[in-house]
Design a binder for this molecule. Structure first.
Ligand SMILES: Nc1nc2c(c(=O)[nH]1)N[C@H]1C(S)=C(S)[C@@H](COP(=O)(O)O)O[C@H]1N2
Ligand SMILES: [Mo]
Length: 301
């Protein structure tokens, strides 16, 4: 089951992503490679990307089941009970069933992945996830020939999720991927951040991370995964199809109807933080672009 982490960025990627380096790293880079004394050396060594702090990652969130304010999830998500937890895997699979989280974790190899994360609202972070490849989980369940898409569903417990009293979205939150996207080695099921369990506000105990797509595809607190033949409905598309398509690939050239996606605001950059250019497929173009060959990405947005 163990797979090598082959999609992290190498030193060669540092130059084109220079805009992502903070001043300290740029200075260290100029002084000679390998001399960076970043507070978080894993990221500096692996990618030239400095992850956001635990504080930033866990206090600036979108999790509308707990409210629409960025600090609401950190304030209210403690109300969600995450133990015991199981994920129903059904639809076009050989071994459908309710898989307990313990059962799943017993089969999977947890690795660290430091990914850029880009919200459709045009802010971004760098997050050091722990998790396993969704492909491994789907292989465990046995994907059948007719399956073409994967549908995901977030837990819905209205008594534990104050935001679900309001019809902001059609609860439960649902998302979907094409099967090839779901099987892509970059597609992660995250169970940790900074080697700690994923906190509730970030989608405990298990959430999806699809780093080349806008953040809303990365559905939290998953309780159901269904292999389907046709494209599944997705929450933001149902709420506003013109603004949010099924694919939702990060694309600086396709504006949101109400704002440009050409640049983004890095969270935690401080008072004088500059907006930075948004990268095609959030910087994962080499890995994922081939999946969309021949598709008009302004139509399939
Ligand atoms: N169930 C659920 N999943 C969700 C959301 C949500 O409101 N509910 N928000 C999405 C959006 S818009 C973003 S940007 C990311 C935010 O993840 P983070 O809070 O861990 O940074 O979660 C996504 N997953
Ligand atoms: Mo988002």
């Amino acid at each position: 089951m163990a797979r090598r982490w082959k999609n992290d960025l190498s030193a060669a990627d540092v130059t084109p992503y220079g805009a992502f380096l903070n001043r300290r790293q740029l200075l260290a880079g100029a002084a000679g490679l390998g001399l960076a004394t970043a507070a978080r050396p894993v990221a500096a060594a692996a990618e030239g990307l400095e992850p956001n702090s635990w504080e930033e990652i866990t206090t600036y969130n979108n999790y509308y089941e707990f409210g629409t304010g960025k600090s609401d999830p950190a304030s209210y998500a403690y109300m969600l009970t995450t133990q015991p937890w199981s994920v129903t895997i059904d639809g076009l699979v050989d071994r459908p069933g309710d898989y307990s989280l313990e059962q799943i974790l017993g089969e999977m190899t947890i690795e660290q992945r430091i990914y850029r994360f880009r919200c459709v609202e045009a802010w971004s972070m760098v997050i050091p996830w722990n998790g396993f490849e969704l492909a491994d989980l789907l292989e465990m369940a046995g994907v059948q020939d007719g399956a073409k898409y994967v549908a995901f569903e977030t837990v819905l417990r209205r008594e534990e999720m104050p935001g679900t009293r309001y019809p902001i979205l059609d609860w439960p939150y649902v998302e979907g991927l094409r099967l090839d996207e779901a099987m892509h080695p970059l597609t992660l099921m995250a169970t940790g951040i900074y080697d700690r369990p994923v906190p509730n506000q970030n989608g405990a105990p298990i959430r999806l991370v699809v780093p080349w797509k806008y953040g809303y595809k990365s559905i939290k607190s998953i309780v159901r995964i269904t292999l389907t033949e046709s494209e599944p409905p997705t929450s933001w598309n149902k709420a506003n199809a013109r603004e949010y398509g099924f694919y939702s690939n990060v694309n600086p050239e396709v504006s949101h109807p109400r704002w440009s996606q050409a640049t983004e605001r890095p969270i935690g950059g401080g008072l004088f933080a500059r907006r930075q250019p948004t990268l095609m497929f959030n910087g994962y173009q080499d890995e994922v672009a081939a999946m969309y060959d021949g598709m008009d990405l302004s139509v399939y947005h």
